[in-house]
Design a protein around this ligand. Sequence first.
Ligand code: DAH
Length: 334
Amino acid sequence: MESKITKIKEELEKALEKAEKEADILNIKSDYVGKKSEIQGMLASLKDMSVDDKRKYGSLINNTKKEMEELINKKLEDINNKVNITFDDTTLYEIEKGSLHPVSIVAREVTDILKRMGFTVVSGPEMETEYYNFEALNIPEDHPARDMQDTYYLDNGMLLRTQTSGVQVRSMEKYGAPLRICVPGRVFRNEDLDANHENTFFQMEGMVIDKNISIGNLMYVMQSVLREVLKSDVNVRIRPGFFPFTEPSFEIDCSCTICGGKGCPTCKNSGWIEIIPGGMVHPNVLKAGGIDPDVYTGFAFGIGLTRLAMMKYKINDIRVLNSGDIRYLEQFNI
Ligand code: DAH
């Protein structure tokens, strides 16, 4: 009896080895463990055996049957897995997974934070008029503040916007007050390129106009953005700044994440990076947008999204961001 059982199991193993298709295995299954199989016959014969034999062979036959079923199921599984692989589009394995650009990641993060605070996302043209880019922002033609932004003027009399701030007056004209907008966008300046300057970079303009808006509101928004995007990795400082379209104006700096605040070429050895300029909207700008400065006040800011991405991901040279160098960008595969 024992040798007979061992033989059946061995035969099954051989048969399974040869089987290539699911149908073959199902046939084997019915031959070896099905109703009319030899082992099933042995189980049926147990009832005619003596109590001792029953005890002896009962568990042997049952266990062997179980083992045989396991072998069959395992083979079925193997074959099914193989089928899946051939079924798969194998070219998929050669396609590299794309990822968002670091600036896009940061832009989305900041947009999400601002949206939660009730900001509406708006956009404006990259080819802008002098009026919206400068004049409406309290920077008349001969104002020295124009020197702060070396501009690409176009043959058609327009310019490539140097700042997303141009959307401030456009939005006030369109939506009036109260207003709560943010504007992620690309801006252009005729810069000498270095680790910290590019001719094309990204900003996130923000503007809130309402009754009783204060510097405290501005600080809260700025702090929330920095805290959430950079986590607690950085120190933040605020200092006075100058922009013709805000009064008072501020610069919010964060400690340079690349050198940890010790000083490096990216932060011009100062240990700090200017990251969010902003201030209380100048009455002339409110007037340009058709809003009465005696009734409404507001704050505005222009987050340097490119710089924020550099600080978040510790990128020490701004130029790689526009380089299209996949080796660099694929590190942000999230
Ligand atoms: N547009 C300014 C720049 O590009 C940044 C800025 C400063 C934006 C103050 C603002 C602001 O909205 O209030 O340098």
